[in-house]
Design a protein around this ligand. Structure first.
Ligand SMILES: *Cc1c(COP(=O)(O)O)cnc(C)c1O
Length: 438
């Protein structure tokens, strides 16, 4: 299947080209020409995320250079579980735990899949990968590419805006990975990466690729855990799943919307944002108000200009035809709420006390939105709280709130033993160009 840019439908590429390059040359984001429909019978006998991903993604790769390899890529990249656990004391709610990969956040799914796709095609001309991170993407991408691919990776993260353990995970790699501590915000990091992609000199000098969720190779595998969890609920209860998704750049949100459009048994999709409330405000008022990002406890979601909003709006436009109906159509695709730091703290405390579950600050935004649902709505559906990271990554916040230590998963413990190294750079393109020169 070919893909096209959100900005110009005549700007097309094959899916594997789109994965190799990341951003479309016109500055738009690649989207599938159409979202394939799948029958639920396609998934008969498949229960683990790897085999489900292989079947869900096959139609996207039909006719592509990677078509033959896609099953193997899915099975090897998505080789750790995404368990759905009932939420204690709640009649019909579960947590989808996406933090059992090498760096303990959901970004591992997309990063490993992307690395496998690029590795399958990088024999002759290994890419230079730029990745802006608000904390979790960078380490997932570093872990996925470290010493495995010939690709070189530059990770840009905002100085002082990630947790101590996140920073450790970002800076403990070396070899083909360079960690850049940028004197700016996450939005600055994201802007620098986008500028690099459209800069003629940098484009000519390097085969640049992006590992942010602007890259389809990150987004598509995320469809798989919405498929596996909604199928599990549908098989057990004969009803669809509804999701509450902690959201920043809206990659996870787009993946869930795409999964529903493909015919998977998904009903409502509710986005939980932190105090960066651009998306909830857009849906409420109908207009986008540009604002700077604000720092919150759920720092991986501190995004003022979510890049994947462009994909959601593109889908809304293609569904409704008339630009005047775009926001109304967006409202029919997703709902969105904003959660304050005080509510995040209170939810972490109460989650531990009342449900015996320790949330990371991001997952806590979803748990807060769930708690605030009117009772009839809460009990009338099977709600899935998407748990995006392990609470041990944010122990400096979480442990004082619950009054005890959070056990560190073994993969994370191993990374925290390693020495670290980072280069501090100003937030401008010239500095990034110098780092590329190495
Ligand atoms: C990246 C991240 C998010 C936000 O996900 P998007 O796909 O960017 O909306 C939420 N929680 C955690 C822990 C993250 O790392």
């Amino acid at each position: 299947m070919s893909v096209l840019s959100t900005r110009d439908p005549s700007c097309t590429a094959s899916l594997s080209e789109a994965i190799r390059t990341g951003l479309a040359p016109d500055g738009g984001l690649y989207v599938p020409r159409e979202l394939p429909r799948v029958e639920l019978s396609t998934f008969a006998g498949a229960h683990e995320i790897g085999p489900i991903a292989a079947r869900a993604l096959r139609p996207y790769f039909a006719g592509d250079a990677l078509a033959e390899e896609i099953s193997q890529i899915a099975l090897s990249a998505l080789s750790f579980p995404a368990p759905l656990r009932p939420l204690p004391t709640q009649a019909s709610a579960s947590m989808l735990e996406l933090f059992h990969g090498p760096t303990a956040a959901f970004k591992d799914f997309g990063a490993r899949f992307l690395a496998s796709c690029l590795e399958a095609g990088d024999e002759r001309d290994p890419p230079t990968i730029l990745v802006a991170t608000s904390g979790d993407t960078g380490s997932a991408v570093a872990a996925a590419f470290h010493e495995r691919s010939r690709a070189r990776v530059l990770v840009l993260y905002p100085a002082g805006a990630v947790s101590a353990r996140q920073e450790h995970q970002l800076t403990c790699w070396q070899g083909n990975i360079t960690a850049l501590r940028v004197l700016g915000t996450f939005d600055d990091c994201q802007r620098l990466v986008k500028q690099a992609f459209v800069d003629p000199e940098l484009r000519a000098g390097w085969r640049l690729s992006s590992a942010n969720s602007i890259n389809l190779g990150r987004l598509l595998p995320q469809v798989a855990y919405y498929a596996s969890s909604s199928l599990a609920i549908h098989r057990a209860e004969g009803r669809p799943a509804s999701y509450i998704i902690p959201s920043g750049n809206l990659g996870n949100a787009v993946a869930c919307v795409w999964a529903r459009s493909m015919g998977l048994p998904i009903e409502r999709i509710v986005l939980a944002h932190n105090a960066n409330r651009g998306v909830p405000d857009l849906l409420r008022t109908g207009t986008w108000t540009p604002r700077p990002s604000v720092a919150t406890l759920a720092s991986a979601m501190d995004v003022a200009h979510p890049s994947n909003l462009e994909r959601l709006r593109h889908l809304a436009r293609s569904l409704c035809g008339a630009p005047s109906l775009e926001v109304a159509t967006l409202r029919s695709l997703v709902e969105a709420h904003s959660v304050t730091d005080a509510q995040i703290r209170a939810t972490i405390r109460r989650g531990d006390k009342e449900w015996g579950v320790v949330f990371c600050p991001h997952t806590a935004t979803a748990a807060h939105v769930y708690r605030e649902l009117p009772r009839a709505e809460r009990e009338g559906r099977h709600w899935v709280l998407v748990a995006t990271a392990h609470p041990a990554k944010f122990e400096q916040l979480v442990e004082p709130l619950i009054g005890r230590a959070v056990a560190v998963p073994p993969a994370l413990a191993e990374l925290l033993e390693r020495p670290t190294q980072a280069r501090t750079v100003p937030a401008d393109l010239a500095a990034l160009a110098r780092e590329l020169e190495g």
